[in-house]
Design a protein around this ligand. Sequence first.
Ligand SMILES: *Cc1c(COP(=O)(O)O)cnc(C)c1O
Length: 387
Amino acid sequence: MTERATLGVRAGQRRTEFHEHSEALFLTSSFVFDTAEQAAARFTGGEEGFVYSRFTNPTVAMLQDRLAALEGAEACVATASGMSAILATVMSFLKAGDHIVCSSAVFGATVQLLNNYFGRFGVATSFVSPTRVEEWRRAARPSTKLFFVETPSNPLTEVSDIPGLAAVAKQAGALLAVDNVFCTPVLQRPLELGADLVIHSATKHLDGQGRVLGGAVLGSTKLVMEHVFPFLRTAGPSLSPFNAWVILKGLETLELRMQAHSVAALELARWLEGHRAVARVFYPGLESHPQRALARRQQKAGGAVLSFELKGGREAAWRVIDSTRLISITANLGDVKTTITHPATTTHGRISPEARAAAGITDGLVRIAVGLEALSDIKADLERGLS
Ligand SMILES: *Cc1c(COP(=O)(O)O)cnc(C)c1O
């Protein structure tokens, strides 16, 4: 365990007068004041303290402080989901007429949010290659306010050069936001690599056991508290204290889980690479990964997610999926339970076949998010459909 593990277990805890050992769950929508004068001071922010759980709650505050410590961020605001973290970021920093440059290999709902919703309010988005920094430079305009990237990408695990993108964003006068869902701060700390903002879907590894939805935006006090926090306070896509408590406890085992996921995923990736039914494996820890050197510089390990292409196309891919008895057939990831999905007909099923082909999502591609079961059981479950 590293010193970050200590932060995951200890950072941000606030004990009450009862000296509870485990963090307390404050299920309360509002807080009471001693006097009218105190209430007034709390509302103006003149006095620190809790007011109303849309924007201040002790359990949520503990989660925010712990996650900030892990990411090396000055500030964090928790949100109801990963998507509301992205919504809050764009709402906080952009206005009609502004422009976003975004990786073409981001979460499907992110593409929908930027195109179908922000597009309607006059915020335009250009989608560019996650791996060719030059494209980002060319796509930037005077109105560009935000660069948005997710690395490694899903499902092909393409790795984006965070310091390279940070330099281009700075030249363009834009903020760089990194969706750090796949690595978590255990494996990658984008702020140390030059990013301005980190976005999380806490629904994935931060909870880690598939129980609740949650999200977060992290960065400097100036960016987060002066821009994102007022949006959250006003618009209210806030994290519930119950979900915050679940995720807070999830952070205590985050380092242990991410290390175990990464060890198992690398071994599974190597095994699949040697399998005669498999044409190709995509995993940042493999020697064969096109951005292997970059991944080594930027990430401590490869993480839980890998994908592989079957020689037999869609039929073979579905056979592997349908032959599983242990692995869960679901598009979710970041769980202790291993999951398997066919991107071409699920997560990427709504995009055109041409766009899918251009993105490298072939019909034979299968994605696995490796959980914490015995690797021998996972292999046996896959072998049934592979052979
Ligand atoms: C799941 C996910 C999101 C969205 O998070 P929700 O909590 O489901 O709203 C955003 N980005 C990535 C990379 C994700 O995997």
